[in-house]
Design a protein around this ligand. Sequence first.
Ligand code: ZN
Length: 203
Amino acid sequence: MENRSHIVSCECSHLSCDWQVKAIRDVRGKGFVITEFSPKHNCPRLDHAFHPASKWISAMFLHRWKEQPSISITEVRNEIESMYGIKCPEWKVFCAANRAKQILGLDYDDGYAMLHQFKEEIERIDKDNIVLLETESHESREEERFKRVFVCCERTSYAFKVHCRGILAVDGWEINNSCNSVMLVATGLDGNNGILPVAFCEV
Ligand SMILES: [Zn+2]
């Protein structure tokens, strides 16, 4: 019924039903406080089948990915079925898994695994873009491990060189991931004082 920055309210869509909820913004915080609530439906409710969204799955089963990051899609799917009696399509649980891993900061491995693809894409967009990717082999593991990556886009570095003031700002910070890698960036300022990224690398 209402959806404004300081007040929200909902009613049951059935005209003869009294179910409603109203909430106003808490003056101190970012939350809302329920001010009115009539929890009882007196309408003949339609028996809609429940189809959970991937967002709902990732929120309700977030603890499972936290406990067991390598948990399989089938396993989560079975748990949803045994708890709620719903058979979820695999793709939905897959989306939920990606979302949960992102929330928990567990998606770094997937990201590193896609770096070669990232390099190809950047170079395909413009063959003068530079992506230098270095990996190293590790005794105990078969696959290569990420060492460092350098990215410089031709268009922005050209714009910096030809059109911008010759001041390059460099900065770096530690990324909060399991590898404790460091992100380094070099940026210029354009004529509108907008930040123009010239190059970045992760080491
Ligand atoms: Zn109702």
